[in-house]
Design a protein around this ligand. Structure first.
Ligand code: GDP
Ligand code: IMO
Ligand code: MG
Length: 451
């Protein structure tokens, strides 16, 4: 892409993750030179369905599926080398080679076996109502080490630190004592195995490790376009989400600064993804949750089972309160509304427009998770539609009730819906307005992207 067309964009989740970010990033990839993951780690699971093949990416940016894209793992990502190597190998077996176009920041932190162990043990040790329901991928413990500093391991350490093995052994002795005290029984960490994994990571990943911050600035100065791929979702953001039932990173476009080393102000196209209903995996408040047959129906139709852990996702009505909150926090420019097809066949569709606690009405998300747990949803109902949407290619061809539903969401959230998902397939997507010009597609049509 030349400088005249240069535009940087971010795709991120407006909800609790799994909104369909992978599919939207995949759609946009042909218009971008570089795709960057800037937060989270292997807790993410981004799916792309291409005819009979399904790709589920945890650490590799979705851009890795596109041969012309440089795939960058930024400083803000916590990287489990074993998971990353398995992903690289799996893609290679499927004919996709990332050699020469994958870049890992030397500033990124390394997730080690003891982080994953601590994640599991601390969940087990917590009282049931305090369990976060993490993905057990070691995310929280690795970010905690990053903040503690003295117990952190970065990719640059793999290449440069002479006494790394000695330091890792010291960290492990310290971790063992902490975990033993937490569990009330002896916890052993196999230091030799951890070091062996580190050495494998060093030898296999060394060619990919570099200063990705410099790489991104050089690419942007040369007129290349960069797409930032958020992981998790803004209701899981460590500062703005439903704390403490959140992940440990900055999940919205504000995370691009620390997580990629690029000023967020450089990114002008902010595509927040949401489903046409709401889902959540793990614990924590979910005001519009449907613990009934409708919730079960949505789970079954939408195949709502976690990409990373396989856990059934909790399902509920679209929550306009939290979506407006995260839309405003992130200054979203466009919404990608996915899974509209999943709602076909319902007589009426609910939208949560406010929360009620005792006699108080909330139209934004309060900070207190205990209060949110007690909140009752105020639901507005819209008429449903019967038609299957899987082969619709233009917004105008959606049933009138489906169009009205989308327009009601636009009005409640205060943002245009520019992308609509009508099925899991790469091609089952409608594009409206200026996003169409971004991906080189005629307005209001479906595009089929080749990788
Ligand atoms: P991500 O983490 O935000 O990338 O989302 P996930 O990949 O974890 O979950 C989204 C799921 O919905 C995946 O199984 C996708 O294949 C699927 N999906 C995405 N968009 C649509 C859509 O518009 N309709 C349907 N039926 N499925 C979709
Ligand atoms: P993608 O990128 C859905 C949730 C976990 C748990 C909480 C904390 O696929 O949308 P963690 O392991 O991060 O400490 O878990 O956050 N969670 C996600 N839920 N999609 C994700 O990523 C998630 N990443 C974390 O279920 O509730
Ligand atoms: Mg996911």
């Amino acid at each position: 892409m030349n400088a005249a067309n240069q535009q940087h964009a971010c795709v991120y989740g407006l909800s609790w993750g799994d909104e369909g970010k992978g599919k939207v990033v995949d759609l946009l990839c042909p218009a971008f030179d570089v795709v960057v993951r800037y937060n989270g780690g292997a807790n993410a699971g981004h799916t792309v369905c291409v005819s009979t093949e399904t790709f589920a990416l945890h650490l590799l940016p979705t851009g890795a599926l596109h041969a012309n894209v440089t795939a960058v793992i930024g400083p803000g990502v916590v990287v489990d080398p074993q998971t990353l190597l398995s992903e690289i190998d799996e893609l290679a077996e499927r004919g996709i080679d990332v050699t020469g176009r994958l870049r890992i920041s030397e500033r990124a932190h390394v997730v080690l076996a003891y982080h994953k162990l601590e994640d599991q043990l601390s969940e087990r040790a917590a009282a049931a109502r305090e369990r976060i329901g993490t993905t057990a991928r070691g995310i929280g413990p690795c970010y905690a080490d990053k903040m503690r500093r003295s117990t952190a391991v970065r990719f640059t350490d793999l290449l440069h630190e002479d006494d790394l093995a000695e330091r890792v052994r010291r960290i492990i002795t310290d971790r063992q004592a902490t975990l033993t005290a937490m569990c009330g029984e002896e916890v052993e960490i196999d230091a030799d195995a951890v070091l062996a994994d580190l050495m494998t990571a060093r030898s296999r990943l060394a060619p990919f490790i570099c200063d990705t911050t410099e790489l991104l600035h050089t690419a942007m100065d040369a007129g290349q376009s960069v797409l930032f791929e958020g992981a998790n979702g803004m209701l899981l953001d460590v500062d703005h989400g439903t704390y403490p039932f959140v992940t440990s990173s900055s999940t919205g476009p504000h995370g691009i600064g620390p997580g990629a080393g690029v000023p967020p102000s450089r990114v002008t196209c902010l595509i927040g993804t949401a489903k046409a209903y709401a889902t959540r995996v793990g614990s924590g408040p979910f005001v519009s949750e449907l613990n009934d047959e409708t919730g079960d129906l949505i789970r079954k139709r939408g195949k709502e089972y976690g990409t990373t852990t396989g856990r059934p996702r909790r399902c509920g009505w679209f929550d306009a309160v939290s979506c407006r909150y995260t839309a405003r926090l992130s200054d979203v420019t466009d919404i990608a509304l996915m899974h509209l097809d999943t709602l076909s066949g319902l007589d009426q569709i609910g939208i949560c427009v406010a929360y009620r606690v005792n006699n108080h009405t909330f139209t934004t998300v309060p900070a207190d998770a205990r209060l949110l747990e007690r909140a009752q949803p105020v639901i507005e109902f819209a008429p449903g539609w019967r038609e299957d949407l899987g082969s619709v290619t233009r917004f105008e061809d959606l049933p009138a009730a489906a169009r009205a539903y989308v327009e009601r969401i636009e009005a409640l959230v205060g943002t245009r819906v520019s992308i609509i998902g009508v099925g899991p397939e790469r091609s089952q997507i409608l594009i409206r307005g200026r996003v169409a010009s971004l991906v080189g597609a005629p307005g209001n049509t479906t595009t089929q992207q080749a990788s």
